[in-house]
Design a protein around this ligand. Structure first.
Ligand SMILES: C[S@@+](CC[C@H](N)C(=O)[O-])C[C@H]1O[C@@H](n2cnc3c(N)ncnc32)[C@H](O)[C@@H]1O
Length: 261
């Protein structure tokens, strides 16, 4: 893995090699300051348990799982360069290069993804799941993705729409269905899936009830949210049917899309 990463690094980018990670941006603990994000950051150390929370308990139908499964089976044993940008705690496969601002255990390259330390046209596939909302200037990330992808290289991306504020470590914006078409206009073969309209409704309802019952007490708000998620998550499985509705794009929890350079 280390040699593969070195092959695609821009020669002029200075880094420190520390704890098996190429560190371009030193991590500052204080950037994780939101209380719910602190709880999540702690649970991210237990990947299987956090996966269970995200795929089963969180208010979003787990289409992401199926998109990733398809990508992993299509790219298996192909010896391609694959980046997971904003990988967080996830470790999808040994040969996939994990890139994040925070040095979670599986992260290989610690950097800000608005300034990727990789060469132009050097990458076959990029995964970017639930990250662009956390970057103040997502256009910079989109340009960097375009720059480092080889011609014909592919992107799998997920961006939230009907989701409440969730810092990781910050949260700056949402994208609509039409907005994605504009932001990704330079890419070819854009296919957008409007994921989980029921999840979108549940997320906002849970936030609304927690706001109402917590009287401004943040730990109580977080506790109520977690209880509500545990009580209401089965409703999201209505999305097996509802996310096929053409209007689901108006209230989708997130958009998952694929495109090519
Ligand atoms: C909501 S998490 C998503 C993690 C993972 N992609 C997943 O599917 O679970 C967002 C991730 O983006 C990372 N992130 C946010 N801003 C970033 C930036 N400017 N550069 C690199 N990573 C960033 C965060 O540290 C966090 O791990």
């Amino acid at each position: 893995m280390k040699e593969n990463i070195k092959k695609i690094l821009k020669p002029e980018s200075p880094y420190e090699y520390k704890d098996k990670k190429f560190v371009f941006t030193p991590f500052e603990e204080e950037i994780v300051s939101d209380s719910l994000d602190k709880i999540k950051t702690f649970f991210k150390n237990f990947q299987a348990f956090y996966d269970f929370l995200i795929y089963i308990i969180s208010p979003q139908y787990p289409s992401r799982y199926f998109f990733l499964k398809k990508l992993l089976s299509k790219t298996k044993n192909k010896n391609e360069v694959i980046l997971n940008l904003g990988s967080g705690y996830t470790d999808l496969r040994d040969d996939i290069i994990n890139v994040d601002l925070i040095p979670y255990k599986p992260v290989d390259v610690v950097c800000d993804i608005t300034q990727l330390p990789f060469k132009d046209n050097s990458v076959d596939q990029i995964i970017n799941i639930a990250v662009l909302e956390h970057v103040p200037n997502p256009q910079a990330v989109i340009s960097e993705i375009y720059r480092v992808l080889k011609p014909g290289g592919k992107l799998l991306c997920e961006i939230p729409f009907m989701q409440g504020f969730h810092a990781s470590p910050y949260d700056f914006q949402r994208f609509t269905y039409e907005g994605i078409k504009v932001q990704f206009k330079d890419f070819k073969n854009l296919k957008i899936h409007a994921n989980s309209p029921t999840g979108g409704m549940l997320w906002l309802l849970q936030e609304w009830i927690a706001m109402l019952l917590s009287f401004g007490i943040k730990p109580l708000h977080n506790l109520i949210l977690i209880i509500l998620m545990c009580l209401t998550f089965p409703i999201k499985f209505l999305d097996v049917i509802l996310q096929k509705h053409p209007l689901s794009k108006n209230i989708a929890s997130a958009f998952i899309f694929e495109c090519e350079k």
